[in-house]
Design a binder for this molecule. Structure first.
Ligand SMILES: Cc1cc2nc3c(=O)[nH]c(=O)nc-3n(C[C@H](O)[C@H](O)[C@H](O)COP(=O)(O)O)c2cc1C
Length: 331
């Protein structure tokens, strides 16, 4: 088994400590595994420029490397190598630090399992050229992952978007998430080693991440004394409430709808089996979105062609000629 820890924190600081302790937990469950660890701080990982080159290649059923040359590809290759992952990231301004998001943006579009299967399906019916057997199947391989969100604040109010955003890393490649730990209070604990319970939690979560790879009875790690999740799929506790939707609420991580009620003074949210089956990180949920994206051209193409003259004029005068149109003195 291949096990990878990735820390987006400062070298040898809180994220590294918690990630490495979770890796020691992994080791307990997998004595023969190769365990690698990467700290990303010195890596140069730029943002996705939305060039679409990787998606275009996927549509042709071809493997590819990101056309922007920086350290992204090395980290992507390591993730592709791994069967089980532990990922830790510091909370900066309520969410995981920007470098984590930049990596996930570039990783996700290149690993959309449903887009790849879409291609393979088409190939099976003879619509696509090429050799399906040459497709890099490790893109579709099963992986387990646990996340650790690390924040300085002593309340979860200031780390509220850490674990939900970390979870998104698992979505497109359909990784099985076995833990999403909110390690807040790092500012007051001083050093994770001064909290025995926290270190023990890392070990159990790490162990579960390995055991859950081949044993479906291993459950998502629920630390003692921490509140349980509300969404049964991602175990997060954030919900979108939309006026006009009655008692329906949406899990923004999974994109599924639940029904909110108050039972004995407590808020309850229930999600039907059918909604859970279409969560963003399932094949059905991903395919729903892929099908939507595939339909954009048919919707927009005719509208753009019908309004071409007007759009060309507005683009020239107001967008490309913005400085003059807005009345900037030196334009
Ligand atoms: C720019 C910046 C923003 C931060 N914002 C938050 C925050 O919103 N909430 C929080 O709990 N901690 C915040 N922190 C504290 C870090 O999450 C905390 O120091 C953490 O331990 C950093 O991880 P590391 O020690 O592994 O580098 C912030 C730190 C920095 C540098």
């Amino acid at each position: 088994m291949n096990i990878l820890g990735v820390s987006f924190g400062r070298p040898n600081s809180n994220c590294d400590i918690l990630c490495k302790e979770a890796l020691f937990g992994c080791r307990e469950a997998a004595p023969d595994a190769e365990v690698r660890f990467i700290n990303t701080l010195k890596l140069n990982i730029g943002r996705c420029r939305g060039c679409g080159a990787c998606s275009t290649q996927l549509e042709k059923g071809k493997d590819n490397v990101c056309i922007f040359k920086d350290d992204f590809q090395m980290l992507e290759d390591e993730v592709r190598w791994a069967d089980a992952l532990i990922v830790s990231a510091p909370v900066y301004t309520l969410t995981p630090c920007g470098q984590f998001k930049d990596f996930v943006d570039r990783f996700s579009c290149r690993h959309d399992v449903s887009a790849i299967n879409w291609v393979l399906d088409k190939r099976r019916t003879g619509e696509m050229p090429g050799d399906p057997d040459a497709f890099p199947m490790e893109r579709l391989k099963k992986r387990t992952v646990s996340f650790i969100s690390v924040g300085g604040a002593s309340t979860e109010d200031w780390t509220s978007l850490g674990t939900p955003i970390l979870h998104l890393f698992a979505v497109s490649a359909m990784m099985k998430v076995l833990g999403n730990y909110n390690a807040n209070s790092m500012g007051t604990i001083g050093n994770p080693y001064l909290d025995e319970g926290l270190i023990n939690d890392m070990h159990v979560m790490g162990k579960n991440t390995v055991l859950g790879y081949s044993d479906d009875s291993v459950k998502f790690f629920q630390p003692e004394g921490k509140p349980e999740g509300v969404c049964p799929v991602c175990h997060q506790r954030i919900m979108t409430i939309t006026p006009g939707q009655g008692t329906k609420v949406n899990c923004p991580v999974c994109g599924i709808w639940g029904n909110l009620s108050i039972v004995d003074g407590e808020i309850k949210v229930e999600f039907s089996e059918d909604e859970q089956a279409r969560a963003r990180g399932t094949f059905r949920g991903l395919r729903e979105h892929t099908t939507e994206i595939q339909g954009f051209g048919a919707i927009c193409g005719p509208k753009i062609m019908a309004n071409k003259e007007m759009l060309d004029k507005l683009m020239k005068e107001r967008i490309k000629g913005f400085d003059e149109a807005i009345g900037n003195p030196k334009a």
